[in-house]
Design a protein around this ligand. Structure first.
Ligand code: AKB
Length: 318
């Protein structure tokens, strides 16, 4: 089996992807990397410090561990990206270029480079947004994701490098809090509901966005990486849908479990970002090309989140 390196392993998706990859392929084959030591990841397997802008260090890890596959998750998200657009461009684009360049140099077998619903902006149908449509993002994060998709597809076409990616919607999870995204409210709301029975949303009540529960996100990521290359028509930019809801709809669902829960709304700068994104997505290409099918909906996700976080709260974990 090939050795797999994961960048951004301490992030919301990384922490759960590492766990799943270690279970699936064995802990010695998975090299988790991030900017700072992560004790919990390091205690369960291999962990190395890596800044993705440090190309010599990335090269050293690829050589030392004989890496064949990279999941490149390290990136700045939409809200953080708007605070420092130049840093966002630098990390997201130059980090990705380092991975692509070294993948070519060391003949890596496969790369996963995620994209996002942030690739969209004006000029799209905002419901059931098609796979093939205009990409005019309104954020620097979106600009880097469009450029990342184009870069990957260029490397696929020119060098036959096997590079794959998904346009992730907002991801909801109970393990690690997201950081710096516009869809983060949909995770914070659960922590606050359990702790304080109230939450103030930074998006307005009817801001509907595409979302996905982490188990579906991890399954999609690994399934796409295991799909037969010859059955793929797309590579770097798969639309992926699971559920879409507004803050108000999520609050109503939470109230089914916590009847005293109260929600307030104080939209901030992230509202404009949310307004530029679609409400729902057509993911028929992913369904056709690699049999994508989500398991969770808003009801089953909410129930599971409340059960998991209630246990963590009782254990004093937040
Ligand atoms: C964000 O909100 O920036 C991310 C994303 C949708 O890519 N969660």
């Amino acid at each position: 089996m090939e050795k797999i390196l994961v960048t951004g392993a301490s992030g919301q998706i990384g922490t759960e992807l590492i766990k799943a990859l270690r279970v699936k392929y064995g802990k010695d084959l998975i090299i988790a990397t991030d900017l700072k030591v992560n004790d919990s990841l390091a205690s369960g397997g291999v962990f190395e410090i890596l800044n993705v802008l440090d190309k010599p260090r990335l090269e050293e890890l690829i050589i030392n561990y004989d890496i064949k596959i990279i999941y490149h998750l390290a990136a700045l998200l939409s809200a953080t990206g708007e605070k420092d657009p130049i840093l966002c461009w630098n990390v997201n684009i130059n980090g990705t270029l380092n991975v692509l360049e070294l993948a070519l140099k060391y003949n890596l077998k496969r790369l996963f480079i995620p994209s996002s619903i942030a690739v969209w902006g004006s000029g799209i149908p905002s419901t059931n947004t098609p796979q093939e449509t205009v990409l005019q993002p309104a954020t620097m994060y979106g600009v880097t994701k469009v450029a990342g998709e184009l870069l990957c597809d260029y490397f696929v076409a020119k060098y036959k490098l096997d590079c794959r990616g998904i346009r992730y919607p907002g991801i909801i999870s109970s393990e690690t809090l997201p950081g710096g995204g516009t869809t983060d409210y949909a995770v914070e709301i659960f922590y606050e509901a359990i702790k304080n029975n109230r939450y103030t949303s930074f998006l307005s009540e009817n801001s509907t966005l595409p979302m996905m529960y982490m188990p579906d996100c991890i399954k999609a990521t690994i399934d796409l990486m295991e799909a037969d290359f010859d059955s793929l028509i797309h590579h770097s930019n798969f639309n992926l849908a699971s559920m879409s809801f507004s803050p108000k709809e999520l609050a109503e669902e939470i109230k089914m479990h916590l009847p005293d829960f109260e929600m307030e709304y104080a939209p901030d700068y992230r509202q404009a970002i949310a307004d530029s994104w679609p409400q729902s997505i057509d993911d028929s290409s992913a369904r056709k090309e690699w049999n994508w099918k989500p398991e969770f909906n808003i009801k089953t996700m909410t129930k599971d989140m409340i059960e998991k976080l209630s246990v963590k709260y009782k254990l004093g974990e937040f």
